[in-house]
Write a protein that binds this ligand. Sequence first.
Ligand code: GAP
Length: 516
Amino acid sequence: MKQEDLFKKLTAHCKEYGYIFQSSEIYDGLSAVYDYGQYGAELKNNIRKYWWDAMVLLNDEIVGIDAAIFMHPAVWKASGHVDAFNDPLIDNKDSKKRYRADVLIEEHIEKLEEKISKEIAKAAKRFGENFDEKMFRQTNKRVLDTAEKIASIKRRYVDASDNGDLAEIRQIIIDCEIADPVSGSRNWTDVRQFNLMFDTKLGSVSEDASKIYLRPETAQGIFVNYMNVQKSGRMKLPFGIAQVGKAFRNEIVARQFIFRMREFEQMEMQYFIRPGDEQGWYEHWKEKRMRWHRALGFDESKFRFHDHDKLAHYAKAATDIEFAFPFGFKEVEGIHSRTDYDLSQHQKYCGRKLQYFDTELNKSYVPYVVETSIGLDRMFFTVIAASWVEEKIKKENGTEDERVVLRLPPALAPVKLAIFPLVKKDGLPEISARIRDELRFDFSCQYEEKDSIGRRYRRQDAIGTPFCITVDHQTKEDETVTIRYRDTMEQERVPVNALREIIGEKVNMKKLLQSL
Ligand code: GAP
């Protein structure tokens, strides 16, 4: 299937099955803002819990907070966001479309990288088992030329952004002959900086009102509370503060569904450490976060690290954990070594000491920070994209059928089990309702009696429900039911009183957390 088609199918699926709706859809929607539906909200809660428990529950030295979205405006001056939280934008004069200049360049580089991959795939086919990829990369002229082109664009781009040289960024676009993806035109405006923060007014009388910002990252709520948490919790370095909450960015390029939103949710953890220890902790968190992703059991080749060439204004080292979305490998999570940049800046701006007294070293210093920052919505998209499968199945009569199934990790699935009476009579609905009432304290259950059993199975497959229980006439005789497994579609007859254990063992978040 073409990746573009897959992307369309995923977005349509999310809407049809109550996962995600366009915000204010009855008014034709609001661009890059989305609402989570009845199943989406549950899945989001489960991902949030998986993250929160992996951070706060499993680590003695990590605590969680919940800071306000509105913060003192000086916070954003100190953090550098007022002056430096910009994207370079460029307009195409013919199509009147606006783009992020850095994204146009990045996408051009990706195309060149694809060209290399194709050369390698072609050669691998030609040479078969004797193919030595490393040697081929080092000797093939076409590959070497393309690799040099990529390196040169990257060098120019990093220099231009470090020096804030917008004319040079435009020149790279011209020199690379990058065309508007919509119109194919190369008629570009100058590049301008565009600050991504939303602002609003605090106060009811306009003359007295002061400008405040909707936070563009949750991290600053953690930095400004560093001292409060350290003192009230008597925390010793190294320790972490975790938080989940909304963030807002006035994104220029608002497309790709929930990948890039203007209102989104972040799950961030700031790990405060002794200066000098940052490389070790950076590696530690890189490895630990990748393990968190892999524990979900998705295809491992769909996750990779991507180290940053261009660092954010606060970072000393940074890497992304990327996932193979239908539009290519893209960032899901960032791991950043932020030095003492933020605390030092706040110390300077607020005029108070934000230091730690290290009893072992017998001295005070501003701690360094390693941050892990993941978008909850992006993780949600990752989980949906990695779980969605369209497959051919054989029916009992030998004919072929198709089904769409969300192979969600059972611990994340919004509905753990669906309970069906085989028919809507003979006391079967009452028995089904009784089983649901017994199990609803342990799992989120759904009762369904409409349509044929086959259609009910299909609907639950599409929602991603790992177990369906059917109550039939035999249940009345021996208190057994059939349990049908979503992924294998196998069915087995089990006693009603064994359901809690069978299902609990598979959907338990504990097992997932234990595997970390
Ligand atoms: N505190 C560091 C920070 O905010 P970031 O790389 O700008 O770093 C972290 O953002 C994560 O937040 C990203 O990896 C991504 O998952 C998510 N994110 C950022 N912008 C987003 C947007 N516009 N829509 C959805 N998620 C976004």
